[in-house]
Write a protein that binds this ligand. Structure first.
Ligand code: GUN
Length: 295
């Protein structure tokens, strides 16, 4: 292995330690306990696991979490009422509606019921708009791309002037990631399913962020020697050597790419823990803002 392994778990722990200090201070000095409401609709095992991790992180850091687990066939109006109730509840500083929602629900209308100051996911059009513009500050930056940025910076990769390739153009990861890197003066290419000559495009990159949901897709021959590779993918593949019969891999062919890259995140233990740490940071910020302590 030539690449530096980027230990997302360790970086996330250090972020969470700082958040915990902030939570303790807010409690002792202002009698405010940050509160995160989680809204989970349906039975998707991956969504259940993510929400459980978010609730556990709240408990570990001394925050309150208010879990709402709802049936997959809930009516739009009923879900909207629940989110509107959370919007009015002054103990709730952040609201997280786990995505994707079942197909019959209008996700845009549901997310639209989250006030911008409780939008700890940073998904509201106002937050996204500010993130995309020059010299504007969103109230919150989406957790996964913000975590990726921390990881890139944690190994001292220079972003200014770097060529960065973002694989994937989702609202949750690819698009906000591209803006975060752009605002730090990288030259950005966003690739997607219709990109032509993908390996040649990726080969230009000093920084690669892969968020496409395709197991071990990015090949070693596509990676410039020394590049920093951030793998957002979480894909299940069959593995007969495991009791469960499966294991998780990223969007990058880790075993081969680690021999070429300068730095690389593993899956699991890379970006995943950072997403949760950033959510905790955003929830603390929301509570500090509600108490008038930060802008
Ligand atoms: N689904 C996948 N990632 C996320 C996330 O960061 N937030 C929410 N709410 N749903 C997700």
């Amino acid at each position: 292995m030539t690449a530096t392994l980027i230990d997302g778990k360790a970086v996330a722990e250090s972020v969470k330690d700082k958040v915990k200090e902030g939570v303790m201070y807010l409690k002792s000095e202002y009698n405010v306990t940050p509160g995160l409401a989680t809204v989970l609709v349906g039975e998707r095992p991956d969504s259940r696991a993510y929400v459980a991790s978010k609730q556990k992180a709240c408990a570990d850091l001394g925050m309150n979490s208010y879990g709402h687990t709802l049936p997959a066939d809930i009516a739009q109006g009923d879900l909207l009422e629940i989110v509107q109730g959370l919007a009015r509840d002054s103990n709730v500083h952040g609201i997280l509606v786990q995505l994707p929602l079942p197909g019959h629900l209008d996700a845009e209308a549901i997310l639209g019921a989250i006030p911008i100051e409780k939008d700890v996911d940073g998904f509201s059009p106002l937050n996204v708009g500010r993130l995309s513009m020059k010299n504007r500050e969103p109230l919150f930056v989406p957790c996964t791309p913000l975590g990726c940025l921390y990881l890139i910076e944690s190994v001292g990769t220079k972003i200014e002037g770097a060529r960065a390739v973002v694989l994937g153009r989702s609202n949750i990861v690819g698009l906000p990631m591209a803006f975060l890197l752009l605002h730090r003066n990288a030259t950005i290419t966003i690739c997607h399913s219709r990109t032509q000559d993908l390996p040649d495009v990726v080969r230009q990159a000093d920084i690669i962020v892969a968020a496409i949901g395709k197991a071990r897709f990015v090949q070693a021959s596509w990676v410039k020697p020394g590049a920093t590779v951030i793998d957002v993918g979480i894909n299940e593949i069959p593995d007969a050597t495991k009791k469960s019969g499966k294991r998780l891999v990223g969007d990058v062919d880790f075993d081969a790419v680690k021999e070429v890259a300068g730095a690389i995140t593993p899956v699991p233990g890379g970006v995943g823990p950072m997403t949760i740490a950033m959510l905790m940071q955003n929830t603390l910020t929301a509570a500090q803002r509600a108490a008038g302590l930060v802008r």
